[in-house]
Design a protein around this ligand. Structure first.
Ligand SMILES: [Zn+2]
Length: 455
């Protein structure tokens, strides 16, 4: 097939899947597809040996013990997977017959062998993503700058006391707090220390600040908080003396229900300290906001409005806050939060949970409020459950490249629908529509993180 015809068919297919009451301007969509992107949020995997697992692509992976229902748009039976496989691996079928999956598994393996350590770069080129932020515990094989940039996790620094009472709440919390404790132990060890210091002041000076400085030196562009999986996003203002007292007096004993408030106050104090240090070091703070995975996830505590006290803190005006996932289902609240000077959001997660029809109006509202504050993000990750394994036939892993292909396709389609509607309704000119697309896909992130302009 001629390349031009292929692209036209691909566009029509994308448009058919993206069809809404107000369709996209095809020419604008074609121009959007040509723009390379900066992906603000992913859990990209390192290059693995056959059978190897990558355990560092998320500090708090979705708990497996008592899983929640996977939203239907993110399940492994979506037809968009066929389109992704065709684009990436030339998969000519629209079915999951065992012999077809076996062929796909061979092709995937061959491509990985052929590309070797360059496989992640090959994927970036297929997805037209120039720079990808890797939200990982540590970077790994094949994930080097300048095209991959690190976003480490820093929740662990907020929980220096005994967390047994928090773990007892349910199996998810137990799993999460065990992971956070292991990460804090790792950070402390990396600094050459054996145990946590006796006072809060020493903890801040010898553990918290040096950890952030090490991350900055290692190339981090931002630091990530999965706080909504561990506690509510609501933060109070706590004075230094109370926080110091809580740290010193509660450090070496199991906590009781009566200690809960004091521990939470200490966490609030530590978060504010981390936010100030992030601002000083030029590290933006990334927060998970809105819907999360696991059957015990407390959605009400993940409302981005709960962060307002932190966002409005006059001591933190030098800190940039990126509220990931658009805070869905609080996307309208997010639109209004974007008018605050230091608040940004991205398209990640929503593009995996929502159809183009559902996401385009959300995006349009954000763009009508603050087009300079919206960032492209895919939240791509490697799925755990291979397709076909249950049949005992060939199994095919849904790789991060497959998820990334689908989610970036949905963002580009949603952007085209939203901007076409705005241009059609006379809110913006056609030229401005393309300019906004460039900002969302690339320019806003470059400006925010101080990345050099692309050639
Ligand atoms: Zn994520």
């Amino acid at each position: 097939m001629k390349a031009g015809v292929f692209w036209l068919l691909l566009l029509l297919a994308a448009l058919a899947s993206a069809q809404s009451s107000a369709p996209a301007d095809l020419q604008l969509l074609a121009e959007i597809d040509k723009l390379s992107a900066v992906d603000n949020h992913t859990h990209v995997e390192k290059v693995k040996a056959d059978g190897e697992k990558d355990t560092e692509s998320d500090a708090l992976p979705c708990p497996e013990k008592e899983p929640a229902l996977t939203p239907a748009m993110a399940r492994s039976d979506i037809p968009e997977l066929f389109t992704a496989w065709r684009a990436l691996y030339g998969y000519p079928f629209r079915d999951r017959l065992p012999e077809h999956l076996a062929q796909l598994a061979r092709t995937k393996h061959e491509v990985r062998q052929r590309e070797g350590d360059h496989f992640p770069l090959w994927v970036l080129d297929q997805l037209n993503i120039e720079i990808m932020f890797a939200n990982r515990i540590a970077m790994g094989l094949g994930l080097a700058p300048p095209r991959f940039r690190w976003v480490p996790y820093d929740d662990a620094l907020m929980y220096p006391l005994n967390n047994d009472a928090l773990k007892a709440e349910n199996s998810d919390r137990r799993f999460f707090f065990e992971r956070e404790e292991a990460l804090l132990t790792r950070y402390v060890k990396e600094l050459g220390l054996r145990t946590l210091p006796a006072t809060l002041d020493e903890y801040l000076k010898t553990v918290v600040t040096p950890t952030l400085e090490r991350q900055k030196e290692a190339g981090a562009v931002a630091i990530k908080f999965e706080m909504a999986y561990l506690r509510s996003l609501e933060v109070r203002s706590i004075d230094a003396a109370s926080a110091a007292r809580a740290y010193a007096s509660l450090r070496s004993r199991p906590l009781t229900a009566a200690d809960t408030q004091a521990y939470e106050g200490l966490q609030d104090y530590l978060l504010k300290y981390l936010a100030r240090e992030g601002g000083r070091l030029g590290l933006a703070l990334h927060f998970h906001t809105g819907f999360g995975c696991g059957s015990y996830f407390k959605l009400a505590g993940a409302n981005p409005l709960l962060l307002e006290a932190l966002l409005d803190d006059s001591d933190l005006r030098k800190t940039t806050f990126v509220l990931l996932h658009g805070g869905w289902p609080w996307s309208r609240e997010m639109a209004s939060l974007l008018t605050k000077p230091n608040v940004y959001t991205d398209t990640s997660e929503q593009s995996w949970l929502l159809s183009v029809d559902a996401f385009a109006p959300v995006l349009r509202q954000w763009l009508e409020f603050a087009p300079e504050k919206v960032l492209f993000g895919t939240d791509l990750y490697g799925a755990d459950e291979p397709i076909g394994s249950e049949a005992g036939a060939a199994s095919v892993e849904i790789g991060w490249e497959d998820v990334g292909w689908i989610t970036s396709r949905r963002v580009r389609d949603s952007l085209a629908v939203a901007l076409s509607g705005m241009a059609r309704d006379g809110e913006i000119t056609r030229g401005r529509a393309l300019e906004i697309a460039r900002m969302v896909l690339n320019g806003n992130a470059r400006k925010l993180y101080g990345l050099a302009d692309s050639e």
